[in-house]
Design a protein around this ligand. Structure first.
Ligand SMILES: *Cc1c(COP(=O)(O)O)cnc(C)c1O
Length: 356
């Protein structure tokens, strides 16, 4: 047989979704594979996964499992809005820049209004100006405030910041949506209970990431205000997001939550990024762009250095956020990987300065 390991992407810091399935999630899929089980989520695995999420969030939330984050965000936002409403989000928000218009598509025209803000976080003054700029019938009516936790540039909103954001939203009769593709990384970074940075801080709906945290596939849409979940099951089905063999999307959540793998994975990824940041920060010509608070490190470095790294086979993104290179760590990243990358950057800097 062909050695497929030859085809592995080595030297990878592009994204946490390059990583494989963590053992706990894989084992749960295996466990769920025993014989016949009823379909479309009417099964014991899905029920147990929902129960686990209710325990984690310490509330009777309503939970739905969908295939990916784009679907989770888009359908959640669509369920909070009418077509003439608008969603206020950060200009770097995934819903704005990386979902190909899906939130607008699924909500039949709801407009995203983007605002800026330091470090990937919403500037509340800007948010308020956007909400109050107009109140006439010609302006799409602001209905939802969307924030990303951890943010697109690897920073983390504190509980106080989330509370202040929600209070502003509620003052204007708006709902709060949280894109939590990397929610676990934020939770371990803050060392808080998940409830403290969600419903207790005013979040109405959380799109909770599974794939980047170590699962094969799937995100959970968690409604803390159960009223808002009304008919969400129909929305999922219509959008092609109701898995017929639902247990294989839901059971891995049990594996992730039961023994705390979701937090362990996130803690590990964050620690790898912290180590990377520490080493990169002292290299001449390399500048850390944002405070590293989750599992990514954004750096500015000479184009020649980035090119040398790519030629040497290192994978990283440079289109996320506001330029620079993004190095993303996952549950599968090792200390050895981090040190190898550091060495490669040092070597690339040394060779580029030969030609200065
Ligand atoms: C990865 C990611 C998502 C989900 O993306 P999908 O590819 O649709 O699963 C959502 N929000 C953020 C901030 C992300 O990084």
């Amino acid at each position: 047989m062909e050695d497929i390991y030859q085809k592995r992407v080595l030297n990878q810091f592009a994204s946490d979704n390059y990583a494989g399935i963590c053992p706990e999630a894989l084992q749960a899929m295996q466990d769920a594979n025993a014989g016949f089980v009823s379909s479309y989520g009417d099964d014991i695995w899905t029920e147990r996964a929902c129960q686990h999420l209710r325990q984690v969030f310490e509330t009777e939330c309503q939970v739905f499992f969908v295939f990916n984050g784009t679907a989770a965000n888009s359908l959640a936002l669509a369920s909070l809005c009418r077509s003439y409403h608008s969603v206020v989000c950060h200009e770097l928000a995934h819903v704005e820049t990386d979902e190909c218009g899906a939130p607008e598509f699924f909500s039949n025209g709801t407009k995203l209004l983007h605002v800026n803000g330091q470090g990937g976080k919403l500037d509340l003054g800007e948010v308020e100006r956007t909400i109050t700029r107009r109140s006439d019938i010609h302006y799409p009516r602001p209905k939802v405030l969307s924030l990303t936790q951890a943010t697109e540039v690897g920073t983390v909103y504190t509980p106080d910041e989330i509370r202040a954001t929600s209070e502003l939203a509620k003052r204007y009769g708006m709902r709060v949506h949280m894109d939590g593709a990397r929610f676990a990384n934020a939770v371990v970074s803050l060392d808080v209970a998940p409830a403290e940075v969600t419903w207790r801080a005013g979040v109405d709906v959380l799109c909770l990431g599974g794939a980047k945290n170590g699962m094969a596939i799937g995100e959970a849409v968690v409604f803390f205000d159960r009223e808002l979940a009304n008919e969400f099951d129909y929305r999922c089905k219509q959008a092609g997001q109701l898995a017929s063999k639902m247990r294989f999307i839901s059971a891995p959540w049990i594996g992730m939550l039961e023994g705390g793998a979701w937090l362990r994975n996130a803690r590990h990824a964050n620690a790898c990024a912290a180590m990377l940041e520490q080493h990169l920060a002292v290299i001449n010509g390399v500048r850390i762009m944002y405070p590293r608070q989750a599992n990514s490190v954004f750096v500015e470095m000479p184009e020649a250095v980035a090119a040398t790294l790519r030629t040497a086979g290192w994978n990283f993104y440079s289109f996320i956020g506001s330029g620079g290179a993004r190095f993303m760590c996952s549950w599968q990243t090792t200390e050895h990987d981090v040190l190898q990358l550091v060495e490669a950057v040092q070597a690339a800097v040394a060779s580029s300065s030969l030609f200065d």
